[in-house]
Design a protein. Structure first.
Length: 519
């Protein structure tokens, strides 16, 4: 269902509305547009700020400096009006303000007047929660940035180096507008201004870098640039087939066909087997930005701030869409939700509910890649169909896959794989994950470098493997439990099933395995 617009709330005579945004000027303009669309032009418009007091139709009311006096002016006026209250967050805990808002809202309901609270991340007390209607003001879209950027280019075009044709300039502005998605109006305008100052043209890398810095300010989001692709992902043949069917899932052709945009995947399995790499590969394959969402960092000390940080992060992801939103080790944020009411005043439970609801109902083309390591900590609500398109499991790589992983990492280091015995390396690394294979190559390179900077060899890598005990042995019980879970409850990313050589193995088998490796 389409999101309820602000003019709908005004037409429905909703008396107390909270417009959630940090952009005051753009927010006021949006409110005035909604007022006109709702045919409320007969209402007077007043604004209250803590530093200027009440301003009515452009005239400051010197004796109306407090919120209470501003509210009283609205409800005592003979005419119906709209009072826009800016940044009330610091005053909302005052019991007098709470009662004044409650009383004023009741009177406004009968008189056809409105109180519109404008500001970022206001946490309302219980007395007001049922009275306030929350309207999330979205970040600027491509159309908005196209208009702003066109004005700026028109103003400074004589001092800029731009394409000669109007079509070329329009294409460049459209690409810049796409690059700016995810920033607010001021950040987007500033990014283009910086680009003009530095390069005398529209530089997409500069705008993208400014967006990366702007998103990072939230401290829970990070814009990641990646060059990974399907060829850098060893194994995962079933996963690759699955994603190749959805490469054009966000295209206009798919939309016209009636295809539902892909929602995302939940990937569980053994640590170090390439789950995080999947997010980078997916972003490159779909040709969309990759945003890392660290839910653990969203937890704040003050009640209500955690939920605000999560909501803002999800809104930013929707503004940047189409994109891939990467949530690593999602179980860490969801664990303990059942006892949340006793341990953290219900914060974890509310966060889980916010994320689950968003996963189920989101309309924006945001492809979510969530990974999990501690399977037992995952709440069952996260695993139900509809949250994700598919739940994948990643097992330990088999012989062929280990050879492929060795080949990928050797080539990444600009070496010729013909100089290495991949078959022998794969045989000696049974039970090793992709991360452990990469670590063995790095260790072999360090050994060769310290030995008169010679070239590292197959023997160097084999020695590194021999000296390392993989987690499939050092954490045999935990790894066995994970492998049992994924092989029976998920769709495996690989058609080649890894033998469960370590599940249920006793001390004798482990010792024999080490002896075989050491030969």
């Amino acid at each position: 269902m389409e999101q309820t617009k602000l003019e709908h709330y005004l037409k429905a005579c909703v008396p107390l509305i909270y417009v959630r945004t940090s952009e005051d000027s753009r927010g006021v303009k949006h409110i005035m547009d909604a007022v006109n669309k709702a045919n409320l032009t007969d209402c007077f418009v007043a604004e209250w700020t803590c530093n200027r007091g009440l301003v009515v139709n452009g005239e400051r009311q010197s004796d109306k400096d407090t919120i209470s006096k501003a509210l009283n002016y609205l409800i005592s006026s003979e005419d119906t009006g709209i009072l826009i209250v800016h940044n009330i967050r610091q005053f909302i805990s005052n019991f007098m303000v709470i009662q004044d808002l409650k009383d004023a809202a009741q009177i406004c309901r009968t008189r056809g007047s409105y109180i519109i609270l404008l500001g970022a991340d206001i946490e309302f007390p219980p007395e007001l929660k049922d009275l306030v209607t929350i309207y999330d003001f979205p970040l600027p879209d491509k159309e908005f940035f196209t208009g702003i950027f066109s004005e700026m280019v028109g103003k400074y075009k004589d001092s800029m180096e731009l394409p000669e044709t109007e079509e070329g300039r329009n294409i460049l502005i459209a690409n810049a507008s796409n690059a700016a998605l995810g920033m607010n109006a001021i950040q987007g305008e500033s990014s283009l201004a910086i680009s003009i100052v530095k390069t005398r043209t529209i530089s997409l890398p500069i705008i993208y870098a400014e967006k990366e810095a702007a998103i990072a300010q939230s401290d829970v989001l990070e814009l990641i640039q990646t060059n990974e692709n399907l060829d850098t992902l060893g194994g995962f043949d079933q996963f690759k087939k699955w994603i190749n069917k959805r490469v054009n899932g966000f295209s206009q052709e798919a939309k016209d066909y009636g295809l539902t945009p892909p929602k995302g995947v939940l990937i569980g399995g053994v640590c170090g087997t390439g789950k995080s790499l999947c997010a980078k590969v997916l972003a490159s394959t779909l040709s969309v930005p990759l945003i890392h969402f660290d839910i653990a960092k969203a937890f704040r000390s003050l009640q209500g701030q955690t939920e605000m940080a999560v909501r803002q992060a999800l809104r930013t992801a929707e503004a940047v869409s189409p994109c891939v939103l990467f949530i690593d080790e999602i179980e860490k944020a969801m664990a303990g939700s059942e006892s949340s009411g006793k341990t953290d005043s219900g914060t974890t439970a509310r966060i889980m509910q916010t994320v689950l609801t968003w996963l189920q109902e989101k309309k924006a083309p945001v492809f979510v890649v969530a990974t999990m390591n501690r399977i037992a900590s995952i709440p069952p609500e996260l695993l139900r169909k509809g949250r994700f398109d598919e739940i994948f499991g990643v097992d330990l790589p088999v012989q062929e896959e280990r050879e492929e992983i060795f080949s990928i990492h050797i080539r990444k280091r600009n070496r010729d794989i013909a100089n290495y015995d991949l078959l022998k390396l794969g045989e000696k690394s049974t039970g090793y994950t992709g991360a452990e294979i990469e670590a063995a190559i790095d260790d072999a390179m360090a050994t060769a470098f310290s030995d008169n900077i010679r070239e590292f060899t197959t023997e160097d890598i084999l020695n590194s493997i021999t000296e390392t005990i993989p987690q499939s042995e050092s954490q045999r019980e935990q790894i066995s439990a994970i492998r049992d879970w994924i092989t029976t409850r998920t769709r495996l990313v690989s058609s080649r099933k890894s033998p469960k050589w370590d599940i249920g193995a006793g001390k004798e088998i482990l010792e024999e395995t080490r002896k075989v490796r050491n030969k």
